[in-house]
Design a protein around this ligand. Sequence first.
Ligand SMILES: Cc1ncc(COP(=O)(O)O)c(C=O)c1O
Length: 454
Amino acid sequence: MPTPLPPDWTDRLALDRAHVWHPFTQMQVHEADPPVPVVGGEGCDLLLGNGERVLDGISSWWTCLHGHGHPRLVSALERQAARLDHVMFAGFTHEPALELVTRLRPKLPQNLTRAFFSDDGSTAVEVALKMAFQAQLQRGEQGRDRFGALRGGYHGDTLGAVGVGELENFMTGLFRPLLLACERFEVPEDPRRELAPDLSGWAAKLATARADLGAFFDQHGSRFAAFIAEPLLQCAGGMRMWPPELLQDLRRHCDRHGVYLILDEVATGFGRTGRFLACEHAGVAPDLLCLSKGLTGGTLPLSLTWATEEIYSHFWGEPASGRAFLHGHSYTANPTACAVACASLALFDEEPVLANAVAIGEAMTEAFTALAISPSVRQTRVLGSIGACRLVDPATGEAHAANLRFGWRLHRRALDHGLLVRPIGDCLYLMPPLNTPPARIQEAGETLLRLLSN
Ligand SMILES: Cc1ncc(COP(=O)(O)O)c(C=O)c1O
């Protein structure tokens, strides 16, 4: 039985029910299952209103890198807010933004020389799409008014980002009339990431996908301003891990067709895959790179779109030339968020953050190997610090019917057993903060196994 909430939460939840509209939520659900009060965060744990402690198994939507309330991040926030909380960034600059660029640039592909600040993952993507389109126009390429993207991708919820994400789902399909023109290519999942892979036929399947990608670019490449992809891991698409060979091919085809390659590392960046960026696994550098989520270690909203000097050059000119990139947000390069991002990056230099991600990956491999004995689980797989599997109905071996809301119920039950997980469709995954002790991963695996057996 869940621990009951203290009485003072009764009024607060009534207030929430009366006036708050939660994201990604059919609000009717909260009539029976109100939102869960969270009152604190400590390391890899969240502290719930009922006094229970749960492992933040999904890093609060993949943001929290070094654990909640890391003292270095908290003190950077306090110091900077007291000195300069905010100033507009058009016509002004400040030390935290400059320090952030200085700290981050050596960790990125060296062709990326120009940093454009915005507020969240979606805006980082919007900026990249607009920059690519405008750069193409201003280098004299007319008619590149379409984008390429991967089937099953997710790049955020603003309309531009929705336009290059997956459309064949309930979240985005209805916005179709409002969206960018986009052609999508489906990459196969990479069985080599699976813990019990069946590689028969894989070489042929990969060869076919590579040939199809070439044909796709031959058909559409001349119309593309840019191609956007989440490198190696489509997170919201259900932790689909795809082959590095296809990312290398994407780079080649983009070059061949004069198409900019946008890599969206909003979720995969900052060590999640065991390297600082996921694209490093394939040795591929993009023309535009989107970063957010882990940029501030999960403390404040901030994002960056990095561009090459070549792209930047197409915006250069006299004020009257009309070539400037006229885009910005009120909180662009917020100094407090930049200072926290600097503190987070300093931890990468001073603490074994990437080694921890690799150690978490080893613990994930053990946990998901153990989980694979459950008849409710298929296709266990690991990439860096992320473990995932498919949830099936053991009676049929197929995904549970959507109306059963199996994932939601598992999410709620796990909270009563000290674990925050939030399956995406039939994908159950763990992506905890990178300071999570490996023993906690093993515990989480055991909890899931118990829950799936009952
Ligand atoms: C790959 C990717 N891009 C963009 C976004 C959008 O980021 P935000 O929710 O901060 O707008 C997400 C969010 O999950 C994401 O996973």
